[in-house]
Design a binder for this molecule. Structure first.
Ligand code: 1CP
Length: 362
């Protein structure tokens, strides 16, 4: 553990204007010293918040992602309510695909559903590059949000090629990803062509968000944990690496996250991440050994801990913070998204607990 944790009680008097670049979140991503562990939550926007449910009423999910008034409000809601250290753009991993004209929808209670699942080479033609006109509402939303956020950073995101391919091939959510793997094993050339196309689109979508003002990005490979390490390295890693390296020139931290990826952590870090997101299954101390390379970690409280009595929740959060000290930088998060039934007040109290942890215990 380096000099990451300090116990500053008051900032040194300075005339310099605080900037987003000095935010606790970005400092932790870079492995610099921080006054407290920064915290944000995957899926912090959305169904756990009554103010979200009220405004979303009658508006289809995907439509809301292309309406700047909604994107801006939904992105800001958890920041206002919980005072988290970063915002994440309200969007979805299928938004760039919709933006280039892929016929898909997000069905309530199910998730993304694709009208014509990809089965052949001709269907790859629809996966064209993103043009500036495709993403006007996203760019506008990011600009306004960044302005409203001031010194709080905005995280942009994209779905990684494997996770996007799984929806396009299966036609919707899948537990075993049988068709995806069948495609991968049966048509490796077409598979690599598909993933290369998706990597280009994901990279372009991250670039759009960074150029509009996002100060970090997260590549969600949510379902990569369904792959063996050998298959991940052979069929997936080169394409995720292409996405991450395509935005390297922009100099913002790149977070790489998946669920059930204990065996893939080192490989996901090697794909070019600055921060590796860890799910709740692997303690951060162990994850730090697996990832290595001076990379920061993000995670990894079990989302269901928010349903436990406060003492249990706090004890578990403390374990995560202590375990995170093994990494050069730690951003507190859940091991996956906020569950819709979560009490928002429990999230707010958790943010307070994380922010005050070091001060209270030293
Ligand atoms: O009606 C609703 O409110 C729909 C629920 C919902 C929401 C609020 C979906 C459908 N997407 C979202 C927003 C969303 N999606 C965010 C919001 C920003 C935030 O974190 O606050 C983010 C980051 C995503 C990204 C996303 N979409 C991922 C990667 C993150 C993860 O959870 O692993 C994935 C896999 C999706 C697909 C998706 N979209 C929606 C659902 C229910 C799903 C998962 C379906 C499945 O099980 O495959």
């Amino acid at each position: 553990m380096t000099l990451r944790m300090t116990c500053e009680t008051s900032p040194v008097t300075t005339t310099a204007t605080p900037s987003v670049n000095d935010s606790v979140f970005l400092r932790a991503c870079r492995g610099e010293s921080v006054p407290h562990v920064p915290v944000w939550f995957m899926r912090q926007a959305g169904r756990s918040l009554p103010e979200y449910r009220k405004l979303r009423e009658g508006v289809p999910m995907l439509e809301s992602c292309f309406r700047p008034d909604m994107v801006i409000e939904f992105t800001m809601q958890p920041v206002r309510r919980h005072v988290v250290d970063a915002a994440i753009l309200f969007s979805d991993i299928v938004v760039p695909l919709k933006a280039i004209g892929v016929d898909l929808d997000i069905v309530a209670g199910t998730g993304p559903v694709v009208a014509e699942p990809i089965r052949s080479a001709d269907q790859l033609a629809q996966l064209r590059d993103i043009e500036p006109d495709d993403v006007i509402p996203i760019v506008e939303s990011v600009k306004v949000v960044v302005d409203e956020l001031g010194t709080t950073p905005l995280i942009g995101f994209a779905g990684a090629p494997f996770t996007l391919a799984s929806y396009l091939i299966e036609g919707g959510p899948s537990k075993d990803h049988r068709l995806t793997k069948q495609f991968m094993y049966t048509n490796p050339d077409l598979w690599h062509a598909l993933l290369a196309r998706l990597a280009a689109i994901a990279g372009q979508f991250l670039r759009v968000q960074i150029e509009a003002g996002a100060s970090a990005v997260q590549l969600f490979d949510s379902w990569a944990g369904n792959l063996s390490l050998a298959d991940y390295d052979k069929y997936v890693k080169p394409h995720s690496a292409a996405v991450l390296s395509s935005v390297a020139d922009l100099g913002v931290p790149r977070i790489h996250f998946g669920v059930g990826t204990g065996e893939l952590l080192q490989s996901m870090g090697d794909a070019g991440a600055d921060v590796v997101g860890v799910d709740w299954r692997v303690p951060l101390e162990e994850a730090a050994k697996r990832v290595g390379g001076g990379k920061a970690l993000q995670g990894n409280l079990d989302s269901t801990a928010l349903f436990a009595p406060t003492e249990v929740l706090n004890a578990k959060a403390a374990e995560v913070i202590e375990s995170g000290r093994a990494a050069p930088g730690h951003i507190f998060n859940l091991g996956h998204g906020v569950l819709p039934a979560t009490d928002p007040d429990a999230l707010t109290r958790l943010v307070d607990f994380v922010h005050n942890y070091e001060l209270a215990s030293s």
